[in-house]
Design a protein around this ligand. Structure first.
Ligand code: PMV
Length: 348
């Protein structure tokens, strides 16, 4: 049996300027540009292996150990685009194996809860598209490939690139200019860290696509957000990243999370992604920043109740002292500080 195999991992990215709203649902074209930070591969990631060969009788997908349908329009669009690019290569070089004609088996595994507002679809589609692009030996740039991942899940386009990433919404109706570009690599601002507080690992109740459609169709606040708020914020946040201006970056991040969730609340019927624990975390972050009279932490919430906290490494003990005080009994701690160090710190 002839088989060709490729594997890759793709990290999760967490938006600091949120994508919320589609101007084209099939192509996943957004109503605003967005910005995210791609987390390190050691943290949250999807590992995907793909295999193709003339004897494979149908396309198949295995996700976290169970077989899933590959029939969704989004996945089909990605596969069709990748096969088209491969076919172009095969037309140019008749010695290449005719992989574009063969079926694929995709095996994918997340090391974190799926569909719980931890951007699993972003890492999932980024890994799927990357793995097949690798299998097909496509020469295209990551920004080009990001346009294919975008059709799977909008935010997936940002996971193709590391560090600080912008998804430029583009203007064209065919989506050819709606792609991810790197603002700066992770090394540019290496002391920026993220902590994730998993408030709930269960699946979110309003999937992002239907949530976006509801907001676009019913929220007046949403119109204000995309016309008057996000365009300036996009420029300011990019600048803050380039200048490593932490207080500005942190403030814009928190404001944008609040603005996105406000448009969800302004949808009709309203969508609630955050719960009371999430709101407690927001209050805690503001309390911590006020306590030190300095910006220590910035929170952001996606389409779920889990919090992502951004902070600078040098402030980790200041932040974790509080978090530890409140969540010491919760499992999953991964801190370089001991309990004694943290409690001592707070009493000083
Ligand atoms: O890419 P989707 O369809 O899963 O939507 C992602 C939406 C948010 O996570 C809430 C925001 C974002 O920019 O990632």
């Amino acid at each position: 049996m002839t088989l060709f195999v490729a594997s890759t991992t793709a990290p999760v990215n967490i938006a600091t300027l949120k994508y919320w709203g589609k101007r084209d649902k099939t192509l996943n074209l957004p109503t605003n540009s967005s910005i995210s930070v791609t987390l390190s591969q050691e943290d949250l990631r999807t590992l995907t292996s793909v295999c193709t060969g003339p004897e494979i009788t149908e396309d198949k997908l295995w996700l976290n150990g169970s077989e899933e349908s590959l029939k969704s329009e989004r996945t089909q669009n990605c596969l069709a685009d990748l096969r088209k690019l491969r076919m172009k290569l095969e037309d140019e070089d008749s010695n290449l194996p005719k992989m574009s004609k063969w079926n694929v088996v995709i095996v994918s595994e997340n090391n974190f809860p799926t569909a719980a507002g931890l951007a699993s679809s972003a890492a999932g589609f980024a890994a799927l598209v990357m793995a097949i692009a690798k299998l097909y030996e496509l020469p295209d740039s990551l920004s080009e490939i990001s346009k294919i991942a975008r059709k799977g899940s909008g935010s997936a386009c940002r996971s193709l690139l590391g560090g600080y990433v912008a998804w430029e919404m583009g203007e064209k109706a065919d989506g050819s200019d709606s792609k991810a570009v790197q603002i700066a690599p992770m090394e540019h601002w290496p002391n920026m860290k993220a902590a994730i507080l998993v408030v709930s690992a269960s699946k979110k109740d309003t999937p992002s696509t239907s949530g976006m459609q509801l907001t676009v169709g019913t929220s007046d606040l949403f119109q204000h957000r995309i016309k008057d708020v996000v365009p300036h914020r996009f420029v300011e946040m990019k600048q803050a990243v380039l200048e490593k201006d932490w207080p500005t970056f942190a403030e814009l991040t928190m404001k944008d999370s609040n603005s996105f969730h406000a448009t969800c609340l302004d949808s009709f019927p309203p969508i609630f992604y955050m719960n009371d624990v999430s709101k407690g975390i927001i209050k805690l972050c503001h309390f911590i920043n006020a306590f030190y009279n300095e910006t220590i932490v910035a929170y952001t919430f996606d389409a779920g109740p889990n919090a992502v906290l951004y902070y600078l490494e040098e402030n980790e003990s200041k932040l974790f002292a509080f978090i530890y005080e409140l969540f010491a009994e919760v499992p999953g701690w991964d801190s370089k500080f001991s309990k004694d160090e943290l409690t001592q710190f707070l009493s000083d």
